[in-house]
Ligand binder design. Structure first.
Ligand code: ADP
Ligand code: MG
Length: 693
């Protein structure tokens, strides 16, 4: 149970003064639905309003707070011209400038003849001093309230800085003093404040230094967050270790049959990975292994051969994919091979309903099905296995730790193999998987073509259309990817549909389209038409990202490539170069690009090594953004930034192992405080492993 002292923080934002049901969705979009989410919404900068000057001495381009007497209102007769108010002091005059100013409001707040304190950005315009839309206008007796260092927050449409500042301050006011969870010696050495003090310092900054990357307050909170992350992972890991595993050593009968049916032999990397997996499965411990390999490195075969070991031992295996399309594709690959080995394989996805679904469930429970391939649908309550021994999770980071645990609860001592195609830099790997064992497929199957990558501005789109035309004429297939713009799904859809319409005019009857809004069956039929060559160009959002295999595809066009994470671009590019034809990837960008964006696209052009791309991207952009947007599924940190706080991650990991070595049940007073930390950062699943262990 979450400790009582955290209840106010986990209450909805509507429990804060001034936040009603109408504002709540805006705060949810900004930071999250709960009070605690606002605590982590740290200021991006600080505006120092303590600088004051006389009108004629106020330098342009500086935020200043001035005392002025309102001299005259100068309404404008032209609606395109601003409303101006002339103010004076003993050195001269300035204009306060308001576009679309409401006269009644202005006259009420700035009555002629009265003195006011105004604060804002000083400008010089036509040799006159002016302030456009002052941030504050108050009577003289409120001078002290204005002349402060004011935190600046990122905003969202409908929420002003004033509102957000007030609401975040209210959230901070509800924060209780919490027991100290950090090691006393470590804390003293770092000279960090307590949790509560750190929060207060950041949200009520004394000056701009409070928000600096190296400020003790920010570093303290970053470490708290990383410690919760590392401790949770270590606990889940320890929990898995405590559960005894079973010894699964196959006799190789099925594996021999499948190997004979494969049209190729395994690469060295595949053999090495398989040997590591075999050793794990044969040991009386739970396997928890990560199989990392670029798109096209041949993970599916490794997974299948591992699953056969479970079946040879008389048990069952399950393979879970993040999307319907991918589950079906795995099924298409595996089905004929399973037939060759004489074992039963079934597909189970969210689309199976009614009697057909029930038949699969019954057969699974009876042990008549040896292998099941599916999506999230495998998690459902009524899915029962006769004897599940191995779960393969092809996750592309879309599943969390607790979901992994959920699938394993469906069997007895289930071994787990997690597969990922996104090359993850070592530091990030730690945050997502802790110290999980890892096997790397760092060698591609023979005969892979390299992909010629070019970077060009969107203005040259007609050349790109011509290139697509040449590819289509030669009988090849073309992917055309339009990006997800996060603001609105509707506008994404519009972009995709517009491009589809445009290309359809050019290539009548040859263009298909897939995006997230289409019904599953429609999506499948479009993909099938593309695979079969009934359509030659597939316009798509990133739904095609995860593992579609069409060897005839030789051209990949990506619009607004600058908006994608490099790992994502790398994955998309991996969709071509899979067959015999010479392949090309065209990265179209919206000019002009800034230096970082230029450097990022240049890396894509220069190398096809996914691990190098990932490391470079981390260096250029920092951890939070490396894998691009929400889709990465890697933990997103609210406070920590791995390009700055990498040292803290290592410390947090060491601290976690020390904690668990000394106090595995978190039963000491510090252990108790650490439980609070875990709840504070939403690591409830990790705490639950304590009791069920
Ligand atoms: P991944 O899942 O790692 O992206 P896949 O498992 O889909 O890659 O494999 C990509 C393609 O390579 C498939 O068509 C597969 O049959 C083929 N393949 C796998 N292993 C080998 C190998 N050792 N030699 C030749 N082709 C292979
Ligand atoms: Mg795959």
């Amino acid at each position: 149970m979450r400790p009582q002292c955290l209840f106010p923080l986990f209450a909805p934002v509507t429990t804060l003064p001034g936040v009603g049901p109408k504002m709540a969705p805006l705060y949810e979009r900004l930071a999250g639905p709960r009070v605690v989410d606002l605590l982590w919404h740290l200021p991006t900068s600080v505006v120092d309003r303590r600088f004051t000057a006389k009108i004629m001495e106020a330098p342009a381009g500086r935020i200043a707070t001035l005392e002025v007497r309102v001299d005259a209102h100068l309404p404008s007769d032209n609606p395109r011209r601003p409303y101006r108010i002339r103010c004076v002091d003993d050195t001269g005059f300035l204009h306060l400038v308001f576009f679309h100013g409401r006269e009644d409001w202005l006259r009420r707040n700035l009555p002629e003849g009265e003195w006011r304190v105004v604060s804002g950005l000083v400008e010089h315009f036509n040799n006159e001093v002016q302030i456009t839309h002052p941030d504050h206008i108050v009577p003289l007796d409120q001078r002290e309230a204005v002349m402060v260092a004011e935190p600046v927050y990122s905003l969202t449409a409908g929420l002003s800085l004033k509102l957000v500042g007030r609401t975040v301050a209210a959230a901070v006011a509800t924060a209780p003093d919490l027991p100290e969870w950090q090691d006393a010696t470590w804390l003293a050495r770092q000279a960090w404040p307590s949790w509560k003090e750190a929060l207060t310092t950041l949200h009520h900054p004394a000056d701009a230094a409070a928000e600096a990357a190296d400020s003790p307050a920010r570093r303290r909170l970053a470490f708290d967050e990383l410690l919760s992350n590392q401790l949770a992972l270590a606990m889940v890991r320890a929990h898995m270790r405590r559960l005894s595993g079973r010894e699964l050593a196959g006799d190789g009968v099925l594996r021999t049959k499948v190997m004979a049916a494969l049209p190729f032999s395994l690469t060295g990397a595949q053999q090495r990975a398989l040997a590591e997996i075999d050793a794990d499965m044969a040991a009386p411990l739970r396997m928890l292994r990560l199989l990392q390999g670029d798109v096209g490195s041949g993970k599916t075969v490794v997974a299948l051969l591992s699953m056969l070991t479970a079946v040879e031992c008389g048990a069952q295996a399950a393979m879970m994919a993040p999307t319907e399309i991918l589950a079906r594709q795995h099924m298409a690959t595996i089905h004929p091979l399973a037939d060759a080995a004489g074992i039963q394989v079934a597909l189970l996805t969210g689309r199976d309903k009614g009697r057909a679904r029930q038949a699969v469930l019954d057969a699974l429970a009876a042990g008549e099905i040896d292998l099941v391939i599916g999506t999230h649908a495998l998690f459902q309550e009524d899915v029962r296995f006769h004897d599940l021994a191995l779960a393969v999770i092809d996750e592309q980071h879309r599943f969390g730790v607790h979901q992994r645990l959920e699938l394993t609860s469906k069997g007895r001592a289930v071994d787990v193999l997690v597969m990922t195609a996104t090359p993850i830099p070592r530091t990030l790997l730690l945050t997502a998987y802790g110290d999980m064992d890892a096997s790397r497929l760092d060698e591609k199957p023979p005969g892979r073509q390299s992909v010629d990558t070019r970077v060009l501005p969107l203005a040259r789109i007609e050349e790109v259309v011509a290139a697509a035309g040449r590819a289509v004429a030669s009988g090849a297939r073309v992917y055309w990817v339009c990006p997800l713009v996060e603001e609105s799904e509707a506008s994404d859809l519009a972009a995709v549909e517009q491009r589809h319409a445009h290309l359809s005019e050019e290539f009548v009857g040859r263009v298909g389209v897939v995006h997230g809004r289409l019904k599953g069956a429609v999506k499948d039929s479009v993909m099938a038409a593309f695979a079969a060559g009934d359509v030659s160009i597939l316009v798509a959002t990133t739904v095609i990202e995860v593992g579609v295999d069409v060897p005839e595809a030789t051209l990949m066009v990506i619009e607004h490539a600058e908006r994608f994470g490099l790992a994502q671009l790398h994955q998309l590019r991996g969709r071509v170069g899979r067959g015999r034809g010479k392949s090309t990837c065209l990265l179209l960008y919206d000019a002009p690009l800034n230096e970082t964006a230029k450097a990022r696209l240049e890396i894509m052009r220069a190398t096809e090594d996914g691990f190098r791309i990932a490391e470079e991207d981390l260096r250029l952009r920092g951890g939070g953004e490396v894998l691009g947007t929400r889709q990465s599924g890697l933990p997103e940190f609210a406070i920590a930034d791995l390009s700055i706080d990498g040292d803290l991650l290592a410390a947090a990991r060491d601290d976690s192992s020390l904690i668990l070595a000394r106090d595995p049940e978190l039963a000491s007073p510090r252990g108790d405080a650490l439980r609070t930390l875990l709840y504070l950062f939403d690591r409830d699943a990790a705490v639950r492993t304590l009791r069920s262990g």
